[in-house]
Design a protein around this ligand. Structure first.
Ligand code: 13P
Length: 294
């Protein structure tokens, strides 16, 4: 069933679990995520990022996402991930998405506030939830599809500038009225080239300043212990894509390597294998986000 995100997040916040938000860039990944959520009996968010338009356009995958959400046996929110323009957010709202992210985190604070306010006004009038971002969430050079890559710094002083500041978060949320906020505390979009070092206390400090649901971007590759601590500290939505995508890709590699060269190979066999491997990876993530172990 298609649901608004705010109700799902309110329950997750109260019961201290996180809802997985999975980017469904193919028909197979869409089916994998919905069937994993049904098997796990958990609410789920399916999302499309503007940066994934090169794989499939919003107008192509959006209606399919909505159709699958409506038919699902669990609550499903359909969300626009990393919307970069006002027009893109309106397009998602008109398609029937129940939630949008407007990401102006690369702009200065005042511009981010002003532009997010505009999105909140129109989205809330249409009963749609809004996520925004404050701080800089890095992108790995490997497996990243979320835009510009930034070099990962070790410098503590520099990190303090890049990670979300609790007082700025409070002011931002109060002025914009966003429903949830993506915060920067050390996660990275794409494949981690070294062990992630997360500033999990920062989540607590932000929550002490402003108590709304927080979003972890770059959810792939975090340890179960760190997911659990992040959830305890205030994370209610975890964006997860790279590792489920890699699980499908690696399964295809295995299948191709195992198939003798003189045997025929069929495309639909490959997509089925990729879908099953994607589902297994998503299922494992969902169980951890619900509080379980690996
Ligand atoms: P990963 O691809 O690193 O899992 O991050 C997904 C994400 O944050 C989408 O917004």
């Amino acid at each position: 069933m298609l649901e608004n995100l705010s109700g799902l997040l309110a329950e997750a916040k109260q019961k201290k679990y996180a809802i997985g938000a999975f980017n469904t860039t193919t028909f197979e990944s869409l089916r994998a995520v919905i069937s994993a959520a049904e098997e796990c009996q958990t609410p789920v968010i399916i999302q499309h990022a503007q940066s994934h338009d090169g794989i499939i356009a919003l107008e192509e995958i959006g209606p399919l996402m909505l159709e699958h959400a409506k038919k699902a046996k669990v609550p499903v929110a359909v969300h626009l991930d990393h919307g970069a323009t006002f027009e893109r957010c309106v397009q998602a709202i008109r398609l029937g998405f129940t939630s949008v992210m407007y990401d102006a985190s690369g702009k200065d604070f005042e511009t981010n506030v002003r532009e997010t306010q505009e999105i909140v006004k129109i989205a809330h009038a249409a009963g749609v939830t809004v996520e925004a971002e404050l701080g800089s969430i890095f992108s790995s050079e490997v497996g990243n599809s979320e835009g510009d890559c930034l070099t990962i710094t070790e410098d503590e002083a520099q990190l303090a500038d890049i990670y979300t500041d609790p007082q700025a978060a409070k002011e931002f949320v109060e002025r914009t009225g966003v429903d949830c906020l993506a915060i920067a505390f050390g996660t990275v979009h794409g494949i981690y080239v070294k062990e992630p070092r997360l500033d999990l206390d920062r989540i607590t400090k932000i929550k002490q300043a402003i108590d709304i649901p927080f979003v972890m971007h770059g959810g792939s590759g975090v340890s179960a212990a760190d997911y659990h601590q992040a959830i305890q500290n205030g994370i209610c939505k975890i964006n997860y894509y790279t590792y489920m995508n890699q699980a499908g890709g690696e399964e295809i590699r295995r299948f191709v390597q195992e198939t003798p060269a003189n045997e025929p190979m069929f495309y639909d066999t490959i997509t089925k294998r990729a879908q099953a491997a994607t589902k297994a990876d998503v299922l494992q993530a969902m169980r951890i986000f619900k509080g379980g172990s690996v």
